[in-house]
Design a protein around this ligand. Structure first.
Ligand code: ATP
Length: 291
């Protein structure tokens, strides 16, 4: 039977601004997305019929509510495929974390099935199909660094983070993205990101200027309810992160370091309390097909 291994990576947001709301209640955003080298392994194997999911993380559903299942179902229906697929997900990306863990699994299934079933879809076509599954899926297919507008799907590639260490720390709390957006009041937001300015800092690889201009307007909503966010940020700054900020709607917090020793010290300290702490690099690509 035919099978493929894929690596699909997580993302962080270097900035998030909310510009308004669409009629269907989706929020209009302007964000800078950065792929990081923290990945799940996804194996897809052609079988006679059906879609089966296996995952080593107890918090990930293995039924039709899994977004990887939905991706396979969409491809099967759209292209009248009568074969089935078994999808095995080895999770390293923290779940429900603001790191697009589910979206990147769906992206891997789309990219993988395109190859496995020789569908000859272009990257743009895959991204269009991906958008039907979730606003972050197109970015996970594209990868690297990009400005995301619209509901997150209008993507422009930009120069990425270079020569920095990124410390990721996921506290053991559950945050609902819906709750965060519902509780966001832009009148209470004291600072908003200047996206053009951040793009310039990346162009010039001015890491300190980037650190000074990173803003996530969702952060105050989440950190007012969960003290862990502020605690992690404080620890990262104490251990000399250039800046520390929440990713997505949280609860993951990341820190940017220009010194490996500082980053490792911060990691050791945070790991005493937060098991899901990872030191990673920025990553330039999207979904990787192995072998
Ligand atoms: P985003 O940053 O795109 O909002 P996230 O990192 O906040 O995503 P996910 O890890 O994608 O969140 O998980 C959100 C929820 O989706 C989980 O609570 C889980 O029940 C469900 N889920 C469905 N499919 C998956 C999957 N393949 N991997 C992880 N979670 C999944």
């Amino acid at each position: 039977m035919k099978s493929l291994n894929l690596k699909c990576r997580a993302k962080i947001n270097l900035s998030i601004d909310v510009l308004g709301k669409r009629e269907d209640d989706y929020h209009l955003v302007e964000m800078i997305m950065q792929t990081i080298d923290l990945y799940d392994n996804v194996n897809i194997e052609e079988i006679d019929r059906g879609i089966y999911i296996d995952c080593d993380n107890e918090y990930v559903p293995t039924d039709s509510s899994n977004i990887a299942y939905k991706a396979a179902d969409l491809i099967k229906k759209e292209f009248n495929i009568d074969k089935g697929v078994k999808i095995v997900i080895n999770k390293n990306i923290p779940v429900a974390a603001g790191l697009a863990g589910g979206s990147t699994n769906a992206a891997a299934v789309l990219v993988g099935l395109n190859k496995l079933w020789d569908l000859k879809l272009t990257q743009n076509q895959l991204m269009e199909i991906g958008l039907r599954l979730g606003a972050d899926v197109p970015f996970c297919i594209l990868g690297g660094t990009a400005i995301a507008k619209g509901i997150g799907e209008k993507l422009t590639r930009i120069k990425g983070l270079r020569n920095v260490k990124i410390l990721i720390c996921k506290p053991d709390i559950l945050v609902s993205t819906k709750w965060v957006y519902q509780n966001l009041d832009m009148n209470n937001v004291s600072r908003r990101p200047n996206t053009d300015n951040i793009v310039n800092t990346l162009e010039e690889n001015d890491v300190q200027a980037l650190a000074d201009s990173m803003v996530n307007v969702l952060e105050s909503v989440t950190e007012n309810k969960y003290i862990e966010i502020k605690e992690i940020k404080r620890t990262m700054i104490k251990y000399k992160a250039l800046e520390s900020m929440m990713s997505g709607s949280g609860p993951t917090v990341f820190g940017i370091f220009d010194n490996l020793d500082y980053a490792q010290n911060a990691k050791e300290e945070l790991q005493k309390v937060y098991k899901q702490t990872y030191l990673v690099n920025a990553y330039k690509g999207g979904i990787e097909i192995e072998g």
